[in-house]
Design a protein around this ligand. Structure first.
Ligand SMILES: [Fe+2]
Length: 146
């Protein structure tokens, strides 16, 4: 097992867990004329992130690693930050767009490391996550331009 890959998977898992919780908060607190669309979109995204957190944790376990199990541990490790104050609807979408793009960059970095170490399964998992996120980012960008 590669310690570097396991550490990177655990770090990503913490990032995704914080992103998941931000999306849940946005789902609950969004207001305004776009409420129905955004309330639903944030739910769609957090359901997807829950699967991704699980996939990352279980890939780490498969490689002999230990995923992050506590909320405290996830917040301490994550590179994404929670909001100091609840943002308005437009700021929520901008944050989701920014965070999603960061996650995609980090995914591709770890995928490249995994590919270099012939860990095809990790590389495929992370590339697949990045691919769907790029498409999601395009849709959020289109929304922000409206
Ligand atoms: Fe709900």
């Amino acid at each position: 097992m590669s310690n570097a890959i396991v550490s990177a998977l655990n770090l990503l898992q913490a990032d995704y867990a914080v992103f998941y919780q931000k999306l849940r908060g946005y789902h609950w607190t969004v207001t305004g004329p776009m409420f129905f669309q955004l309330h639903q979109k944030f739910e769609e995204l957090y359901l997807d992130m829950a699967i991704k957190v699980d996939d990352l944790a279980e890939r780490s376990l498969t490689l002999g690693g230990s995923p992050v199990t506590t909320i405290k541990g996830m917040i301490e490790l994550s590179r994404l930050h929670e909001d100091a104050e609840p943002p308005n609807a437009a700021a929520m979408v901008r944050t989701v767009y920014t965070d999603l793009n960061l996650l995609t960059v980090w995914n591709r970095e770890v995928a490249a490391l995994a590919a270099k170490e012939d860990d095809v399964a990790t590389a495929n998992l992370l590339e697949g996550m990045a691919d769907t996120q790029e498409k999601e980012a395009w849709m959020l960008r289109a929304f922000l331009e409206s």
